[in-house]
Design a binder for this molecule. Structure first.
Ligand SMILES: CC(C)(COP(=O)(O)OP(=O)(O)OC[C@H]1O[C@@H](n2cnc3c(N)ncnc32)[C@H](O)[C@@H]1OP(=O)(O)O)[C@@H](O)C(=O)NCCC(=O)NCCS
Length: 149
């Protein structure tokens, strides 16, 4: 199994929208939103397994904080370390860009993502009531220090 992580390119957008469309837990963004990535300091990574698009992660570093804005892995390829590989590259980039802390929001019911982030040193840092729509749900805020990445 050859897994590679590289910068997202515009030719990858149809494939990541296909992954996003199949998981409601991911942020549901339009194609123009993906095309504009980078204009507000966002950076995006793509994971490929044997040349096929397997997952993606979008993050932004503002001053000393990194925010993970979107992350999804193709359902048939989960629990093989693909999100971990994406997160690894994103956290390294954030440290090099001067970030000291990483943040993200996750649906309360999203056990897989909560377990994933906890396994990577994140812990709960509060909640946002009624943050999500379709379905309506609270968000948990997760955060971790970036020392030791
Ligand atoms: C969360 C998500 C990105 C994880 O991707 P992944 O490639 O499967 O994750 P990895 O293989 O790198 O990590 C697996 C680890 O994460 C945790 N995990 C992942 N899925 C899990 C599940 N269904 N139940 C419990 N723990 C889970 C476990 O710690 C697991 O380790 P283990 O397999 O040794 O038990 C993936 O489930 C996904 O795309 N979900 C839908 C979109 C989403 O929720 N995005 C996050 C929004 S903030």
């Amino acid at each position: 199994m050859a897994l590679t992580v590289r910068a997202l390119e515009s030719r990858d957008i149809p494939a990541i929208i296909e992954i996003q469309d199949s998981c409601f837990e991911a942020a549901q963004w339009s194609e123009p939103t993906y095309r504009r990535l980078g204009h507000a300091g966002e950076k995006a990574w793509l994971a490929e397994q044997n040349g096929n698009v397997a997952g993606f992660l979008v993050a932004r570093v503002v001053a000393t904080e990194m925010e993970i804005l979107n992350l999804a892995v193709r359902a048939s390829l989960r629990r093989q370390g693909i999100a971990a590989a994406l997160l690894h590259d994103a956290l390294l980039f954030a440290v090099q860009a001067g970030a000291h802390r990483a943040f993200l929001e996750v649906r309360c019911s999203n056990t897989a993502a909560r377990e994933f982030y906890q396994a990577h040193g994140f812990s709960s840092a509060g909640s946002r009531r009624n943050y999500y729509r379709d379905p309506d749900e609270d968000a948990l805020i997760f955060s971790r220090a970036l020392d030791g990445v």
